[in-house]
Write a protein that binds this ligand. Structure first.
Ligand SMILES: Nc1ncnc2c1ncn2[C@@H]1O[C@H](COP(=O)(O)OP(=O)(O)O)[C@@H](O)[C@H]1O
Ligand SMILES: [Mg+2]
Length: 285
């Protein structure tokens, strides 16, 4: 089984959007897939998979806090009517959404019992015949984010083309990923890239602004290329895919009952194409 963790330096880069849809994409393509919400600061699988009425499922965080056995923390999601592959999810407790979450306070501390629980989860799913575990990690560097990175066979960093994201990426790559990369493969997806066409249309009246903006984009691109060259001297680090900013909520992509519609929407093609490239990259090693 492969364990793929989505990570970033900052929040809001697209980890959850890509993790959810990648998990769904793998399941649709016949692989037994499990998706875990491990962003303990901003858990968000609830918005994709709301609690159904009378649901009696415990949370992944209950297992981490010794409040639930591992058997009770997963919910099975039907993929499509004719698809027998397993698609399981495990969410973080709703309690974490509260500002003053006591469970979160407990779980973000230094705690050497969490990593073994992640490994136990991997073993448990492996024994049940799962092919992929997808972890939607918390951004930045924290005890739990590191635990997830250590437990992974593949790390996918999601970065937006902005100066602060690229600076953060360099920091993570040099100080964290390069030290893990003997065991894990690390790749990068550039998300929410502004398409030049959109920009030209939006700024035709403000040509000066456009010029400044294009210059900034070029600088970021330049920074990123330089960073990639430097990082590739440290360890193998690929750009897996670029995804443009898609001008409507990506959250809507996960609609298994409207699969045909999604597949036909040409605006989503770059997103689906990126999932395809990601799957190819994961399968390669
Ligand atoms: N390629 C994209 N185009 C447009 N909006 C996007 C794209 N990727 C993500 N978003 C939007 O950005 C916001 C943050 O994405 P999310 O996946 O929740 O990020 P994270 O999990 O890293 O915090 C969401 O509203 C999401 O719909
Ligand atoms: Mg998220």
């Amino acid at each position: 089984m492969k364990t793929i963790t989505f990570h970033s330096y900052k929040g809001g880069t697209g980890k959850t959007s890509i993790a959810v849809n990648f998990a769904w994409y793998l399941a649709v393509n016949g692989h037994n897939t499990c998706l875990i919400d491990f962003d303990l600061r901003a858990p968000s699988l609830h918005s994709y998979f709301p609690l159904s009425r009378n649901e009696q499922v415990n949370y992944f965080t209950d297992y981490l806090l010794d409040l639930s056995p591992i058997e009770d923390i997963f919910r099975s999601i039907p993929v499509t009517s004719d698809n027998p592959s397993l698609f399981w999810i495990s969410r973080a407790s709703f309690e974490f959404i509260r500002q003053e979450s006591e469970q979160r306070q407990k779980l973000i501390q230094k705690d050497t019992s969490i990593l073994p629980k992640l490994f136990k989860t991997i073993k448990y799913l492996e024994n049940l015949g799962f092919n992929y575990l997808i972890i939607d990690n918390m951004p930045g560097v924290s005890y739990r984010a590191l635990d997830a990175l250590i437990a992974s066979s593949h790390i996918v960093n999601i970065t937006r083309p902005s100066i602060s994201d690229v600076t953060g990426l360099k920091e993570l790559a040099v100080n964290i990923y390069s030290r893990l990369s003997e065991d894990a493969r690390v790749g990068l997806i550039i998300n929410q890239r502004e398409e030049q066409d959109d920009r030209v249309q939006a700024f035709t009246k403000e040509s000066k602004e456009l010029m400044e903006d294009l210059k900034l984009q070029a600088r970021i691109h330049d920074e990123l290329q330089k960073a990639m060259v430097r990082l590739n001297n440290l360890f193998e680090f690929h750009i897996i895919a670029h995804i443009p900013r898609i001008p409507f909520l990506v959250e809507r992509i996960y609609v298994p009952d409207k699969l045909d519609l999604v597949m036909k929407d040409h605006r989503l093609q770059p997103f689906i194409e990126a999932l395809h490239k990601l799957k190819k990259w994961v399968k390669e090693g």
